[in-house]
Design a binder for this molecule. Structure first.
Ligand code: FA5
Length: 347
């Protein structure tokens, strides 16, 4: 092994291996193999003792040169590898001004906000003004003044979140179950002519499913004046349906019951999925219900100080979520409030 030809071979092999070592781990493996305690070089040096003395001198000098050459070769290679690693790392974090910039995310209005604005826009163009009421309502405005006394069965259809009121408080408070109490608040403050539209959040103590939320939006409409008739109500709602759902929409009015209107009715539009023939979307009826409405009950007018022998009025109330659900074929109301940007960004 310690013969000079063997040392030459070892030198050649070591340099070839060193040229292949491209990272810290490979360099360390090379160092252990060629310069470590049990390295090939040390084995060669140990074998020198077995040589005749004249050969030993020549081979010894050669082995020392080999050691020096390997040590300096290792130091050089190590530095070169470290430089490459640092350059790559610096390149990764460097700012490349030629790359296209990342687009800034623009905020947008929530689809329900857009629909509320669109619907309010349609009615304000017809001459209605916007009115607002509080989310925390009195039992009086939400029920009593709307002809729904404490023992009235209609209370069952408005599953209510009651507020914890301090002892001795004047009257029970609740989260409003519909926007109809805004009718009372407006009519208590002013005499006809009245034409208002009242958008807002409402709350019902209900289990959520694809068509029900415990918090949702409604838009209330109210018009009170001399000589207002059912024809005005039908004309107003038919015009709304045409402007919101499309000019070819037909409307259908059928009897319904709400204690604060007489007569009461529901308004439906012909199903745009099947053109009225009947399909899954309209439950094979050909019609999609969009809102509840009716002529303001004389008793409600009387209670707020408006003479029902002089004035008449109509009122309607629609669930806002139902409008885009029908218009865009959305199959679950909960999508609006689950904050999934993939859904919200489509609007
Ligand atoms: C009312 O709330 C009446 N105040 C409407 C009214 C006003 C009638 C004026 C007459 C005159 P109703 O409970 O049907 O009615 O609710 C109206 C609409 O709210 C429904 O057609 C539906 O679209 C929506 N709605 C009701 N409950 C829920 C719910 N849990 N989740 C989502 N939308 C709902």
């Amino acid at each position: 092994m310690a013969q000079t030809s063997n040392l030459d071979e070892l030198h050649k092999q070591a340099l070839a291996d060193l040229a292949q070592a491209g990272d810290a781990a490979a360099l360390e493996a090379w160092r252990v193999r060629y310069l470590g305690k049990k390295s090939l070089l040390n084995q060669a040096l140990r074998a020198l003792g077995e040589l005749p003395s004249e050969e030993r001198r020549t081979a010894g000098a050669k082995a020392n040169q080999l050691k020096i050459s390997l040590e300096s070769g290792f130091a050089e290679r190590k530095q070169a590898v470290e430089t490459v690693v640092l350059t790559v790392a610096a390149g990764k974090s460097a700012l490349d001004v030629s790359l296209p910039g990342e687009p800034a995310l623009l905020g947008r209005l929530h689809p329900i906000t857009r629909v509320v604005r669109e619907i309010c826009g349609i009615f304000t163009n017809m001459g209605f003004e916007i009115a607002e009421g509080p989310d925390v309502e009195t039992d009086y405005c939400n029920f009593e003044a709307l002809n729904i006394p404490a023992d009235h069965p209609a209370r069952d259809s408005f599953s209510t979140f009651w507020m914890e009121c301090p002892p001795g408080s004047a009257e029970p408070l609740l989260l409003r179950t519909h926007t109809s109490p805004v009718q009372i608040r407006v009519m208590e403050k002013r005499q006809p002519p009245i034409r208002i539209i009242a958008p807002g959040r409402v709350y019902r103590y209900e289990a959520t499913d694809a068509t029900h939320e415990s918090m949702f939006y409604q838009i209330e409409g109210l018009a009170v004046d001399r000589g207002i008739t059912m024809a005005d109500l039908k004309g107003t709602l038919a015009q709304f349906a045409r402007l919101f759902f499309g000019p070819e929409r037909k409307t259908r009015f059928r009897c319904d019951y709400f204690p604060f209107v007489e007569p009461g009715m529901e308004c439906a539009i012909d199903c745009f999925a099947c053109g009225g023939k009947g399909c899954r979307m309209c439950g094979n009826s050909g019609w999609l219900e969009i809102l509840g409405a009716g002529m303001v009950h004389p008793e409600v007018l009387r209670r707020v100080g408006i003479d029902p022998d002089v004035y008449t009025g109509f009122a309607f109330g629609m669930g806002v979520e139902r409008m885009p659900i029908l218009k865009y074929g959305i199959d679950d109301i909960r999508l609006f409030y689950s904050n999934d940007l993939r859904f919200l960004r489509q609007f």
